[in-house]
Design a protein around this ligand. Structure first.
Ligand SMILES: Cc1ncc(COP(=O)(O)O)c(C=O)c1O
Length: 417
């Protein structure tokens, strides 16, 4: 096709196809700006965003608190490196310590980088225990269907082979326990293990909440050897489940937790939060980053946390999330192709009976200008901004109802009914 006769989107698609490494299979839409819970494309069409940049834009788009923090801080200082002090890190770390119930913070930039930090801290901690004469190994126990990111330690502890196999050999010494299977956890745990690794609610694995029984068994087992319990809160944390962190639903205090996605409202920021005991194993020079915990990211994160408190977004996430699941369960009565509805707070899932149907539903919802995605093949995943309200849920449910009706009719036609 000639350049002149192409739409702007077609030109973009062609340009990206020429010059980007093909890591993404993007949806055919180009966004220009956002307002509240809506994204607006290059033609001015509005889309209801029920994915919020995969759990990042918790305050939606154009929130004045974020805009103001960026404006204020960017006038003063964006980056200085970790060679010097600025005011943001201590202030934000104090908030995170209070909210997590843990003691110390290391700032990174992304989820996977926070997770790598947590793995290194666990190895360093086990090394210190060995120096003190304890028997503890270097292996990790992770959970089936887990997802912890794309760097080498992260893919090694991520369950699905497709993330690991093309890049092997990855970090050795990782074993996987069946999800929520306490007997399997007990069978695989030993003094060889330096850390048990869990997500409080598995995100990419299909929005599956960890059971309190499993979390508490992991807590008790690790306490017998000095191994760490590490909880990945990168997707579930910072308010999304209706508590600050997903593990707060489970009656445990982890040794280490990792945060990222919504922490700085779309400015990249990750964090490892750990106990005093874990932090004792780390000394200056053992770990670090150029960008992590920069002045801009910290200022925006403080504004995000303030706003979540001021606007009571955790209570709101609980209330609207419950409503969302209720409405999906009503829909399930009419559409038997929905085989399960689950989640916690505004981490919401509707599992369908087939991967093909799930793919088609996401496409058709996009055509109706509603954004969601499909994870773990058959699971429709909703991670809306925490500021959505019931009317947005109603809009999504009505569209899903229509889309499932159309799809069932088409399936019927395909089978000659
Ligand atoms: C639970 C969990 N851990 C880690 C990651 C990796 O985060 P990032 O993509 O910021 O590296 C993700 C991303 O989806 C995640 O959901």
């Amino acid at each position: 096709m000639k350049e002149e006769s192409m739409t702007e989107l077609e030109r973009l698609q062609a340009a990206e196809a020429r010059v980007l490494v093909p890591t993404y299979d993007r949806n055919p839409v180009c966004f220009e700006r956002g307002e509240g819970v809506h994204l607006i494309d290059e033609h001015g069409a509005r889309y209801l965003d029920l994915l919020s940049g995969i759990g990042v834009n918790a305050l939606g788009y154009g929130h004045p608190a974020i805009e103001e923090a960026i404006r204020e801080q960017s006038r003063k200082l964006i980056h200085i490196s970790n060679l010097y002090f600025h005011r943001g890190q201590a202030a934000l770390a104090e908030r995170l310590v209070k909210l997590t119930g843990l003691d110390r913070v290391f700032f990174a930039n992304t989820g996977t980088e926070a997770w790598e930090g947590a793995l290194k801290f666990a190895r360093a901690h086990a090394g210190r225990l060995r120096d003190e004469g304890k028997t503890i190994g270097t292996k990790f126990l992770a959970v089936e269907q887990s997802f912890h990111g794309r760097t080498f330690g992260s893919v090694a502890t991520t369950h699905k082979k497709k993330y690991r196999e093309p890049f092997e050999p990855v970090m050795p010494g990782v074993e996987f326990v069946r999800f929520n299977d306490v007997a399997d956890l007990r069978a695989k745990f030993s003094s060889e293990i330096c850390a048990v690794l869990v997500e409080s609610v598995q995100g990419e694995g299909g929005i599956r909440p960890l059971s309190a029984e499993f979390a508490q068994a992991a807590r008790s087992l690790t306490e017998t050897t000095g191994a760490l319990l590490v909880v990945d809160e990168i997707q579930a944390g910072v308010g999304r489940t209706g508590k600050w962190f997903g593990y707060q639903h489970l009656g445990i205090r982890p040794d280490v937790t990792t945060l990222a996605k919504p922490l700085a409202g779309g400015i990249p920021l990750g964090a490892v939060v750990c106990t005093e005991e874990v932090a004792k194993s780390i000394h200056p020079g053992m770990h670090g980053t150029t960008f992590g915990g920069g002045p801009l990211a910290c200022a925006v994160a403080l504004a995000v946390l303030d706003t979540m408190e001021r606007e009571r977004l955790l209570e709101h996430a609980t209330e609207v999330g419950e409503y969302f699941r209720q409405q999906l369960r009503q829909l399930q009565l009419r559409h038997r192709e929905i085989v399960d509805v689950r989640g916690l707070g505004l981490m919401v899932a509707a599992e369908l009976h087939s991967a093909e149907l799930a793919r088609q539903v996401v496409k058709r919802m996009l055509a109706r200008r509603i954004l969601l995605n499909c994870t773990s093949e058959t699971v429709l995943r909703f991670l809306p901004p925490l500021v959505i309200d019931r009317t947005h849920v109603d809009e999504a449910i009505a569209a899903l109802d229509a889309v499932l009706t159309e799809e069932t009719a088409q399936e019927g036609d395909r089978h000659g009914k």
